[in-house]
Design a protein around this ligand. Structure first.
Ligand code: DUC
Ligand code: ZN
Ligand code: ZN
Length: 478
């Protein structure tokens, strides 16, 4: 099999950094060596089929985005990235694994939902992929089908305390699903917002003529997130289910998670780049000639953007640093302005909820290193190593070590990335939620299972390179 030597770089893992060469044989890493090593009399640099010079650059495990929604039917339309376009964009940005959400709704069979997602993804992905299962209709059938998920390599499922009539589970359903989680070791993932109360507030706002995108965030107040997070934690405590709360954006929700962890409960949380950088005030101020105040719909997502005045963003960075939050995913759920977001002109309730960002997570979090929020090691940990451990991929993914898949990113701290729809953007969207962001670093080279898929400004990967990952149980179960 072809060998590749990545030489001269600084290998960064979640536990440290060192000058080292990385030897890849076929799809796997076979050695991490002192620079310029001679192995059994062989000069590796002279004998490798390919040598990649990573001098002055970081060599890190490929990013794992554990929360994406390619092709998700939602809000009267469907997320605009297919598995083909979304995973290619991910690769461009240094993400080499995604975990997407298969969907089951009321009246549908869990097995059919999972099969439909396999059909969408198989043969189309640029990088490796796994699935969580959305259980959007918790009934006797679904609960019994959940027993078979672990054998399928789907070891986590998501419930929604929001979106009545769409994905919503009431407390009785949450309780039953969590009992199943405690019994089987499936990790419960929770969208924690009080959906019924939000719907009342949203209806009242619209009745008062408050229909602009900004009011989406007003209806989805932080109290709605804190209350649901608390309720999820209590139900998890009662049942013994391991709990992972997705897209945490309110500092009060973080406080709930931190308090539960301090009491010894097995609960975790992720946040997303949008909750680290973007704010409700900026959404309120957004206006353009083309869209007027509807420009703000670009950042309509749930949970919503939070107030900068209330300092939620600072709190998210701090929580990542102190491990009150454990990782960063994107909740990549892109919709174009034309034909999709514009469905909600005149009524924010009809704006498809979601932001695209699968391409920019590694860069945006690296900027957090430059800005002093995170160490280099913590950057790797929250974007790759912890996602691998949390979702049963560690060893194969999330680490630079012998035996791991050669999913490797060579990141240039002296490079620069200008984010924008016309500049660096490969997602299937007609705008960028990150327009104008400047990153003091650059994804130079990306290897996916030993194959160079991104080399500078060239894409060398192909549709179908990515394989389905059967995941093991979370390493965070106790
Ligand atoms: N939130 C979003 O913004 N989009 C998809 C689903 C979700 O929970
Ligand atoms: Zn959600
Ligand atoms: Zn989501």
């Amino acid at each position: 099999m072809a060998t590749t030597l990545i030489t001269g770089g600084t290998v960064v893992t979640s536990t440290g950094r060192s000058a080292a060469d990385v030897l890849v044989d076929g799809e796997q890493i076979v050695a991490v060596l002192a620079p310029g090593s001679v192995l059994l009399g062989t000069d590796l640099a002279a004998s490798a089929d390919t040598v990649i010079d990573a001098s002055g650059k970081y060599v890190i495990p490929g990013g794992i985005d554990a929360h994406t929604h390619m092709e998700l039917p939602f809000g009267g339309t469907a997320a605009s990235d297919t598995f083909e376009t979304g995973t290619r964009a991910a690769a461009w940005g240094g993400t080499t694994t995604i975990i997407d959400f298969a969907v089951q709704r009321y009246g549908e069979k869990v097995q059919d939902g999972l099969a439909a997602w396999h059909e969408k993804a198989a043969g189309n992905c640029a990088i490796d992929y796994g699935f969580h299962q959305i259980i959007g209709g918790v009934d006797a059938d679904a609960l019994s089908a959940m027993d078979g998920l672990i054998d399928e390599g789907v070891t986590s499922f998501k419930l929604f305390m929001a979106y009545p009539g769409v994905f919503y589970s009431d407390d009785a359903q949450v309780l039953r699903a969590m009992q199943k989680s405690a019994e089987t070791g499936l990790l419960t993932m929770m969208h924690a917002e009080n959906g019924p109360a939000i719907d009342v507030l949203a209806e009242q706002l619209v009745a008062q003529g408050k229909t602009d995108p900004y009011f989406h965030g007003i209806a989805r107040a932080w109290q709605m997130e804190e209350e649901a997070t608390h309720r999820a934690i209590m139900l998890a405590h009662l049942t013994g289910a391991p709990l992972y709360v997705v897209h945490v954006s309110a500092k009060q929700a973080v406080e709930q998670l931190a308090a539960a962890r301090d009491r010894g409960q097995n609960v975790y949380g992720e946040t997303c780049p949008q909750y680290l950088y973007l704010s409700l005030e900026e959404q309120l101020g957004a206006s353009s000639e083309e869209w007027g105040a509807f420009e703000g719909s670009k950042w309509v997502c749930s949970t919503p953007l939070r107030s900068r005045e209330e300092r939620h963003q600072d709190h998210m960075w701090q929580a990542l640093r102190t491990n009150d939050l454990q990782m960063v995913s994107t909740d990549h759920c892109p919709f174009c302005m034309k034909g999709q977001k514009e469905l909600g002109r005149g009524d924010f309730r009809k704006i498809p909820n979601g932001i695209g960002g699968v391409e920019h997570r590694m860069d945006l979090l690296y900027q957090g290193v430059v800005d002093g929020h995170l160490t280099l090691e913590r950057w790797v940990e929250v974007t790759s190593t912890t996602p691998a451990r949390m979702f049963g991929l560690y060893g194969r993914k999330g680490v630079i070590a012998p035996g791991a898949d050669a999913d490797i990113v060579i990141y240039d701290p002296n490079g620069h990335t200008s984010i924008g729809v016309d500049k660096t953007h490969h997602m299937n969207m007609d705008y960028s939620a990150w327009e104008g962001y400047e990153i003091d670093g650059h994804v130079d080279t990306v290897l996916s299972r030993g194959k160079v898929v991104v080399d500078g400004n060239q894409y060398l990967g192909a549709k179908g390179d990515g394989r389905y990952l059967k995941r093991g149980l979370s390493q965070y179960l106790i």
